[in-house]
Structure formats: C-alpha cells, structure tokens
Design a binder for this molecule. Structure first.
Ligand code: FES
Length: 325
C-alpha cells in the first residue's frame, strides 16, 4: 500500500495529499488544485516551487529539503511545505477529451498551418485564453496553444509549425477537411491575471497564438489596460498575420512592434532579438506584467534581462514551446 503525505502550499495554506509515486503537480491536479505549470516535461521551468520544509525527491533524483524543485517531476518523501502558486480561477475548468473535426486549414507560410477545429453542436470547450490543448490524431499527441478567444468563435484555432520530420506534421500535411480528431484540454496556467498594470506580450514564432487569444479576449471585454505586443520572427515573410497591426490601428491602447532576427532586404522595421527590442524601448519595466511565449531560450533570456531592468519576478508569466518530433 502506498503511503501518502500532506503537502501544504504557502502562502495560501491550501493542503492536499501526495504519494511518493505521483509527482507533486499530478497529485495537485488530481485534486483540482491547479499549480503553475506548462510543459510537464521538466523543460520549461514554469512549475518551479520552493521546498520550505520536509523532503522532496527532485527531477534529478536528489532529495531536497531546502531549495527549488520542479513540481512536474518531483515527489514528496515526507509531509512537505511548498512555496507555490495555485489558481482557484482554474478549478472549475475541467480537463476533458472531446471529439472535433477539421473546419479549415490554411497554410499561411510554407511551414505554418492555421488549423480550425469545430465541436459537435452540443459541446463547448471552456478555457481561459492562453491555455493549451493536446491534439490527438492517429495515435500521436502534441500540445498546441489555443489561438482564439471564446468570445469570437465556438471552435478553436491552432497555429502549428510543421517540422520536416515531425510525426504529426506528416499526418497533418495529408489531412483533409472534416477529418475527425480528438483533443484533451484545457491545460496550463498561462492566462491573464486581473490587475491594472500595463501588459507586455512577448511572442516568438507561433508563440503568437496564445497572445492572440489573450488580446482578442481583452479587447472583446473592453479592457482598457495598455497593451504592448512584441512579436519576433526570423524574417518579414514569416510574420503570418496582420491582426496585431489591425488592433493597433483600431484600439489606441494597443501598441504593436514586429521584430525580425535575420537580415532581410524587404524589411525596414525593427531587427534583432525580440526581447532586446523591449529592453531598448523601456528603461524601467517595474510597472509591467509580462506574458511571454516562445522558445525556452527566448523566455530565459527575456526573464533575466527584464528583471535586471526592474521587472518584478512574480509579474513574468510564460509558456515555453517544447518541440517534439
Ligand atoms: S518544467 Fe514543469 S511544467 Fe515545465
């Protein structure tokens, strides 16, 4: 019989039980306590928590009594007190597996597919903009951020970068309209927290997808916070939608800065790394809430440099794309 331990979260003092066989994160999620997380593969760092007392076996198999662990790959070894955020606002969003059909597929550039999926008429997927789903098709599972707000569509839109050797990428290239698939979600803790502070969205590549969903929802709700969107792509051709530019023309509080990282003779806008453009534009980031989505490298660099420029660590929210072939 497996022994279970008491885990107490600080500062909320919420408690739950965890065995040594289930990760601290899975045990919490199983009891409808949504701890901060994203990839669940020890790669993005979003689920980091601090062990205040008790002992935890961490992602490297080491026993930690005092220090940081990743809850997605760590296990309680005794009763534990953990400094970790949890989100009651996600408790009512049940993660479900539902059928869906391909409603449209648009190749916006050579390797990026905008896929829209619709649900049976009686079904609605409830989620917060910024969250992701797992797409399940022919035995393959991949995670994608939802790219639309619920206010604008009853289905969902995904922005999918197809990889030359990717298993799902090959299947999607051959996929047809009305193809039946399944998805599991919603997942993750990337969503806009209520506050008055100006918002800074940082997107790399198809990391624009959750940013689109979040901004779309904020605008649909008439939120008046200042919104800065920085979107980095390798070249001007790969900036696959002009929706952020349209928002900036239609809504005075939206400011949009596309940034390309490669030499591009067709481009006369900002160039370099996208997070460097933010650093150049704001000497003091202390008032901002930042939402960043893209590669783990971009997110790591942005977090470190933004904090050095005044950003409070607790106001940096991120969702790292971990690619799987
Ligand atoms: S490292 Fe744990 S959720 Fe990504």
């Amino acid at each position: 019989m497996s022994v279970d331990f008491l885990v107490e979260l600080y500062p909320s003092n919420v408690q739950y039980r965890a065995t040594a066989e289930h990760t601290l994160l899975d045990a919490a999620l199983g009891q409808k306590l949504c701890l901060q997380h994203s990839c669940k593969k020890s790669q993005c760092g979003v689920c980091v928590a601090e062990v205040l007392s008790g002992s935890v076996k961490n992602e490297h198999g080491e026993v930690v009594c005092d220090g940081r662990v990743l809850t997605c790959s760590s296990y309680a070894q005794s009763d534990v007190r953990l400094k970790a955020e949890y989100y009651p606002q996600l408790a009512h969003l049940e993660c479900v597996t539902v059928p869906c059909k391909v409603a449209s597929q648009t190749w916006v550039v050579d390797d990026i597919l905008l896929l829209t999926l619709r649900f049976p008429p009686t079904l609605k997927l409830h989620y917060l903009p910024g969250q992701y789903i797992d797409l399940l098709y022919q035995g393959v599972r991949r995670s994608y951020s939802i790219a639309n707000a619920q206010e604008v569509s009853s289905g969902i839109e995904l922005h999918i970068r197809l990889l030359p050797d990717g298993e799902l990428s090959q299947l999607l290239r051959a996929c047809e309209l009305n193809q039946l698939m399944r998805l599991e979600g919603p997942k993750g803790t990337f969503f806009v927290r209520e506050a008055e502070n100006p918002l800074l969205f940082l997107a790399g590549g198809t990391g624009f997808a959750p940013v689109k969903a979040m901004v779309e929802s904020l605008l649909a709700q008439g939120v008046s916070r200042e919104i800065y969107i920085y979107w980095g792509m390798p070249n001007s051709r790969s900036l696959y939608t002009d929706i952020a530019e349209r928002w900036s023309l239609e809504h005075p509080q939206v400011h949009y800065v596309p940034v390309v990282s490669q030499d591009d003779p067709l481009w006369d806008g900002r160039s370099g790394f996208v997070h460097d453009a933010v650093l150049a534009d704001f000497a003091d980031l202390s008032d901002f809430h930042v939402y960043a989505c893209g590669s783990p490298l971009m997110i790591e660099a942005a977090k470190a440099t933004f904090m050095a420029q005044g950003l409070y660590e607790g106001h940096f929210y991120s969702d790292a794309f971990v690619s799987t072939l």
